[in-house]
Design a protein around this ligand. Structure first.
Ligand code: SF4
Ligand code: SF4
Length: 75
């Protein structure tokens, strides 16, 4: 069975070609949801609370919230 609550949470997505691996998102995240790697950071969605601070911090506009209003899941 699908966990609807999990699926509907706002989790940042990334235009991967815009990401330069600067780690600004890693530093901005209060819940340490971004895992610092040797290349681009990886998001651990279970740790994300959807605050949006990483989106604001990204210098290349690589991060965005998906449009959850078009979700296939009902309110
Ligand atoms: S802040 Fe933006 S460009 Fe920098 S690593 Fe994160 S997603 Fe990539
Ligand atoms: S939205 Fe907030 S909690 Fe989620 S990854 Fe970005 S900074 Fe971290």
């Amino acid at each position: 069975m699908t966990d609807i609550t999990y699926e509907k949470r706002k989790i940042p997505e990334r235009h991967i070609t815009r990401c330069v691996g600067c780690d600004a998102c890693v530093r901005a995240c209060p819940t340490r949801a971004w895992l610092d790697t040797s290349e681009r950071p990886l998001l651990k969605p279970e740790l994300c609370d959807g605050c949006g601070l990483c989106i604001i911090a990204c210098p290349n506009d690589a991060l965005f919230f998906p449009d959850v209003s078009n979700s296939r899941f009902p309110e």
